[in-house]
Design a protein around this ligand. Sequence first.
Ligand SMILES: Nc1ncnc2c1ncn2[C@@H]1O[C@H](COP(=O)(O)OP(=O)(O)OP(=O)(O)O)[C@@H](O)[C@H]1O
Length: 564
Amino acid sequence: MNISKEFSKNMSQDGSVVPVIKEEENSSFIEVYQENIPNEANGQDERTKIQLCWDNVSYVIDRKGEETQILKSISGKANPGELLVLMGSSGAGKTTLLNILAGRLKSSNNAKIIGKITANGTDIKDLDFGYYSAYVTQEDILLPNLTPRESLMFSSRLRMPGNYQEHVDRVNGIINDLRLVKCADNIIGSITKKGISGGERKRVCIGMELITDPIVLILDEPTSGLDSFTAEVVIDLLIEQAKKGRTVMSTIHQPSTSMFDKFDKLILLAEGHLVYQGRASESTKYFAKIGYECPKLMNPADYYMRLLHVVDRKHHTEEEHEKIEKIVSAYNSIEQNDGDYDKSKLEPLQTKHLASPTNFVTQFALLFRRAWINGRRDPLAGQLLFIEYIMMGVLIDLLCNNLAKNYNSSTTRTQTLFLCAAAVGFYSCQNAAMQFPSETPIFLKESKQRIYSTTSYYLAKSLADLPMQFLPNFLFCLIIYWAIPFNDYDASKFWIFYFLLTLLQINALGVGYVLGSCVKTETIALAITPVFLQPMMLWSGLFPHVDSYPAGFAWVQYFSVRFI
Ligand SMILES: Nc1ncnc2c1ncn2[C@@H]1O[C@H](COP(=O)(O)OP(=O)(O)OP(=O)(O)O)[C@@H](O)[C@H]1O
């Protein structure tokens, strides 16, 4: 393992590491967690600590046969009890490095990760590293209609063992730690719906990860978009977490001088190269030594950003090229040694995969309740659906009412039924397609963490939405059936009419869910729904009739949500 002299000579010899986990061959996650409960007697948790090391890590992507090296042989380590901050100009590779270290980025056909990453000496590829670490993404991935308390509570109940009171206590502890008491019961909100502030939202995101009491906490730009005071509150929070013995790594954009002074360790990246690794407080001395002295009254973070900035990453000017070369070779010429954290205090981690703490039924029940609350607090979508159905019902009535007086023509009957089927199919499909895109990031994040199965999520989400779908359809059928004499107003036949339209609706919802889960935004979901539905209407058998299809084309009728 190569690390810089600057870094290693300043490493603390933390004698307070007290590893606790001693897993049996077949112990479950619940048992591991219970052994892992922190004892904060001396401010430090008496539990496993993790030192994360990375050795000559490179990331190479292949773009149309042209290889680009995003990270260039980077080595380093993050120690327990310290806040390690990654900085560098935009595009330097900070997020890429964090993603690789967190095990979120894997080698693929056109992207290769080279090098080795270990946690307490074990390759993270052999570990269920997600159970030891937590990753807070740059974007706030939260359900907008829940409160911070509800979000934390669902997260705790889905991810951790324990009875209801234990979850309540854990959530209250986190709300207090993150200073969220004032806003704990307010709606989180979104861009379009005012809720808690940006800083509070960021702290909720951090809380959602702290709920599992992770040993390694990794954050991508947790302070971006926050004012300097709120940003400092977030940094203080990270320092508190580090003081508890956690290994905390974060990228930070533009820290203020007072924030910078609080960082324990600093990693600076330039164009995928490592150009500094060591104590943040020693960095100005180091750069002065290699010929880049930070002006006395200038924020060192600002100075490094300007120093390492390049205008066009693909086409460096000669001056930029020489500067980066000089800083990189100065760093590489420093004698490397391995003296650092006392490794004898680090316990090897278990390599087997750990089971989820909740079973299918619990997952379904919690996800159903979450989806139900989130859906009911966003009445607009439901109200729109009611308006659409009632409006269409009234319009069909108006159009077909006259025909009803002489309702013997089977053509008219067929056309009216087609209009009903088209309305129900279209509205249901479009509404269902709109359900998923906004929740896709939440689902992807949670399913990557293996908090629940895809089946439990899908069932809970779609069943929680069903009442809101069925009710407007029922009103639509009431309006249509009693206005148009399909069956001489035979009341018993109404239920057959309603049942058939409900079957069609369930079909359309299924198609809508598939479409919605394939796209990233609601706008795309809205745009692609007609693309799928219109051909289905075309070969529904009405225009033209199935009997008149060209030879060999009769099979297309089976790819339609057919009602007639
Ligand atoms: N899979 C990929 N395909 C193509 N380019 C990529 C890929 N992953 C990363 N990059 C490029 O690698 C560079 C580093 O990206 P990264 O997101 O790590 O930068 P960063 O330092 O976090 O920047 P910022 O501070 O702006 O978020 C960028 O130029 C990015 O476009």
